[in-house]
Design a protein around this ligand. Structure first.
Ligand code: HEM
Length: 479
């Protein structure tokens, strides 16, 4: 159907049923985690109802979520309604239909849980923009120093054991890197020592356990992870230790916060959250995602990346600069393609502010004020109506040249890749930093190696990558 014709259709009810209260929500949760798995859960329901906009239950359901019922938007056309803060309210729904206790964040509702209509949202978001701007020259040197030592460890582990787990090394390295980049103080050189990443991971689990499975038997996981929220008291010591690091390391940022009218304590809990949950949590998932996709793309693709990276760096006098990275069209495309296929944050929510109509490619649906809208991003960013028959494949050069027109359908940052975060919207303020870090990883790899191999599997929150071999550079500025 042509697009203008869709707009003239009479709105109808989205298909699908929530089933019986309580019982069906639990049954659906079991489908989601154990019987079907995440992707199949959504895809099978789209197929059953012949619609990409439909009514379903989402996990975790009882007893953590008061109401699991949502209207799901699962195609590239309907999904962006979730970005429109005139149409949806984004209050307290960062993690979805449940909200972790504010005891995990010092008693504050941090930025991710605030709607732009709340005055603190703009202040905290502005603080983050200012922090990132003030530290922009620190990012590349910090990344290169931390990740070149990670790769040196990979090489020695390959010699000793024939394999090297990237995720394990990345968990430590990304924590050090991001704190170093933002505050210039290494957590490992503070009282935290090397315990930061473990404390961070524990605190993240206390917030995200309703949405994950450890692959344990259902009989254990259901009562432990998916029925009630874990008591914050069991992680309060870890959180206090992390807070202490931030309060001491982020002095300049906290001064900035006060000048924006924020209280120092509230600002510090927000900086902790933005660094540990948003940034570190994101990098834990994103970097293995990018590496895994590039590993699977094979040697010929690696040769093209290596040629591009080395030429741009040579032209910049042997330095990795923002300008050099900007010239790397294939590298940029490959990072976006990985983010399209593996958006690190897969679920987005928004509550309808008023009665409205939502358009899919084929139909128009009426939604009532107060209904919860939900998007499972991989369905939207693998939409064959936009990305064609290769929608589910990694096409490394998809966004090069004319292909850049498709960037408007890349949604990983809770907004279109062609749009920018602001204090008035809910798009990720780390957007530019995140793509920069992705490009830096690719550049670092191909300044050092001609090619590499890895086994790619699945980890708790995303992909798992184990290096099985690297071929050191034989020519060019990296040799
Ligand atoms: C919001 C993704 C890194 C700070 C978001 C949202 C997404 C996202 C999807 C919107 C969530 C929602 O409202 O539904 C990611 C990914 C990252 C990443 C995938 C890395 C791979 C960062 C970094 C920062 C950051 C580096 C550092 C400043 C935030 C904040 C919000 C946010 C504060 C809330 C924005 C607001 O309230 O307006 N991010 N993010 N994120 N992100 Fe990121």
């Amino acid at each position: 159907m042509n697009q203008s014709a869709v707009g003239s259709l009479v709105p109808r009810q989205a298909p699908g049923s929530y089933g019986l209260p309580f019982v069906s929500a639990i049954r659906d949760r079991l489908d989601f985690y154990y019987f079907q798995g995440e992707a199949k859960y959504f895809e099978s329901r789209v197929e059953k109802h012949g619609s990409t906009v439909l009514r379903i239950n989402v996990p975790p359901g009882p007893f953590m979520a008061r109401d699991p019922r949502v209207v799901a938007v699962l195609d590239a056309k309907s999904f962006p309604v979730l970005f429109d803060v005139d149409k949806v309210e984004k209050k307290n729904l960062f993690t979805g239909t449940y909200m972790p206790s504010t005891s995990l964040t010092g008693g504050f509702r941090v930025c991710s849980y605030l709607d732009p209509s709340e005055p603190t949202h703009a202040k905290v978001k502005q603080l983050l923009f200012s922090l990132l701007a003030s530290r922009k020259d620190a990012v590349i040197p910090a990344f290169r120093s931390h990740f070149s030592s990670l790769l040196a460890t990979v090489e020695s582990q390959l010699v000793l054991a024939g394999k090297s787990n990237f995720n394990t090394l990345n968990d430590f390295t990304s924590f050090e890197f991001i704190a170093d980049a933002y505050f210039g103080v290494l957590p490992s050189a503070s009282d935290l020592g090397t315990t930061g990443p473990t404390k961070a991971a524990k605190w993240l689990i206390f917030q995200l356990h309703p949405l994950v499975t450890f692959g344990l038997p259902l009989i254990l996981e259901e009562p432990l992870l998916h029925t009630v929220l874990l008591p914050p008291i069991f992680v309060s010591g870890d959180y206090k230790a992390l807070y202490k690091y931030f309060y001491a390391a982020a002095t300049k940022a906290l001064d900035m916060a006060e000048s924006l009218g924020l209280n120092r304590d509230e600002a510090c809990h927000n900086l902790l959250f933005a660094t540990v949950f948003n940034s570190y949590g994101g990098l834990k998932v994103m970097l293995p995602g990018i590496l895994g996709r590039i590993a699977e793309a094979g040697e010929k693709f690696h040769q093209r990346l290596a040629a591009e990276v080395r030429t741009a760096v040579a032209e910049a006098g042997g330095k990795v600069t923002i300008e050099a990275l900007e010239k790397m069209e294939l590298t940029k495309s490959a990072v976006w393609e990985a983010l399209r296929l593996e958006p690190p944050v897969k679920f987005q929510y928004g509550r309808a502010k008023a009665d409205m109509n939502i358009e899919s490619h084929d139909a128009v649906f009426a939604v009532k004020k107060g209904e919860m809208l939900f998007g499972y991003q991989p369905c939207a960013t693998k939409d064959p109506r936009v990305f064609g028959s290769t929608a589910r494949e990694f096409v490394g050069d998809r966004f090069v040249g004319e292909g850049s027109k498709l960037l408007q359908y890349v949604y990983w940052s809770n907004g279109r890749e062609t749009e920018s975060p602001s204090v008035d919207n809910k798009q990720c303020p780390g957007k530019n930093l995140v793509v920069l870090v992705g490009r830096l990883l690719v550049a670092e790899m191909f300044l050092r190696y001609d090619t590499f191999t890895a086994d790619v599997g699945v980890d708790l929150l995303g992909p798992k990558v184990e290096f099985t071999g690297v071929t050191k550079v034989t020519s060019g500025p990296g040799a």
